[in-house]
Ligand binder design. Structure first.
Ligand code: KG4
Ligand code: ZN
Length: 340
């Protein structure tokens, strides 16, 4: 079975073809990602109108390249999947319409994929991972702890009451004059800094519900930055290192609460999984690995190339749905909001 997946919910125009053999082995036959970072960098964040136009310009080329790299033609695939949300609706419509058109022309089924579900299932593309598992989903727009019980079967254990983790990284970077997207910039600066110079708060620590709050931490960083300004390179590195150390502690402590919430709900997870753009952060991965070891579970994180938005995760979620007969019709709409 081979599925084409298209992703256009934010600032990556992406298309990929993923297959599954009779043996059950999953393969990424192509995975083309065109990042629009350069187009948005000057604005310090994604500008929806610019994103939508850039998707229109790039989509045909990226889809053609996904077929070329895989050495396949449209009639060789078994289904077409596209992220139908949540995301910036102008961009989503570009990917969705393209996927529907390819499905119509080839006569193959069409699958409208939830972008969050695609992040949630990505670890099953690269690892032998059985349901149920505890997922920490951390991206630019979302921060959630979910018990993943099956395809389309998610129990939300907790989430952020204000900012998403990626958003906090992006805002701190902007505040400190670092390049967009903020996550990788802050991680790079933090490597040079002292994580113990500033004692930032660990919001929600000790609360039984595995919820998150990050805006207080962001404000604490801003207040210190304003107090010690003008900032030297050393100050910026130390602020980043101390902020990131607080984020790692929060992620680990809140995920530990998530493990407890799983047990309370009668769920025994097979693994601790982290997904989404922020899952690329090495100190967060290391913190979660320590927690998983403590809990006697494997920790699974997708390879770096599959942490940020990509087409392979959409194709894989489409394939998981196709195998269960979960296909959609042409009436599927672009959804700016679409909780799991
Ligand atoms: O999943 P993603 O590519 O897009 C969304 O669905 O939001 O996540 C993007 C987010 C951005 O906020 C970006 O700053 C963050 O992931 N990010 C990171 C790192 N790489 C990307 N955050 C922390 N450390 C990183 N290395
Ligand atoms: Zn994403």
């Amino acid at each position: 079975m081979r599925v084409l997946g298209i992703e256009t919910t934010c600032d990556e125009t992406a298309a990929a073809i993923v297959s599954i053999e009779r043996s059950g082995e999953a393969k990424i036959l192509s995975n083309e990602v065109l990042s629009q970072i350069a187009a948005h960098a000057a604005f310090g964040g994604v500008v929806p109108e610019i994103a939508a136009r850039a998707h229109v310009e790039a989509i045909d080329r990226i889809v053609a390249r996904a077929f070329e790299t895989a050495g396949l033609k449209p009639s060789d695939i078994d289904a077409v999947a596209a992220a139908a949300g949540p995301g910036l609706v102008g961009g989503v419509m570009v990917g969705l319409t393209t996927a529907k058109a390819i499905a119509l022309v080839t006569g193959r089924p069409f699958i409208a994929v939830n972008h969050l579900e695609a992040h949630a299932l990505t670890a099953r593309l690269t690892d032998d991972l059985a349901f149920p598992y505890l997922l920490l989903l951390v991206s630019g727009g979302h921060t959630q702890l979910l018990a993943v019980r099956g395809v389309g079967d998610y129990l939300k254990l907790g989430g952020t009451i204000d900012d998403a983790v990626g958003e906090a990284f992006d805002k701190i970077a902007k505040m400190l004059g670092l390049a967009y997207p903020g996550g990788p910039s802050v991680e790079r600066e933090a490597e040079k800094g002292d994580p113990e110079r500033f004692d930032f708060p660990r919001p929600m620590a000790g609360r039984p519900n595995p919820d998150f709050s990050l805006s207080g931490l962001k404000t604490a960083v801003r207040l210190v930055a304003e107090r010690i300004a003008p900032l030297s390179d050393r100050d910026v590195a130390d602020l980043c290192a101390s902020f990131q150390a607080a984020v790692v502690d929060v992620m680990v402590e809140r995920t530990r609460a998530g493990l407890r919430a799983c047990r309370t709900a009668g769920i025994t997870p097979s693994a601790l999984v982290v997904a989404g753009g922020v899952a690329a952060n090495q100190p967060i991965r290391r913190g979660l690995t320590r927690l998983a070891t403590e809990a006697g579970l494997p920790m699974i994180a997708p390879p770096m190339a599959l942490c940020g938005d990509n087409g392979a995760m959409i194709a894989w979620a489409g394939l998981e749905r196709l195998r269960l007969g979960m296909v959609d019709d042409m009436s599927a709409l672009a959804r700016p909001r679409w909780p799991l």
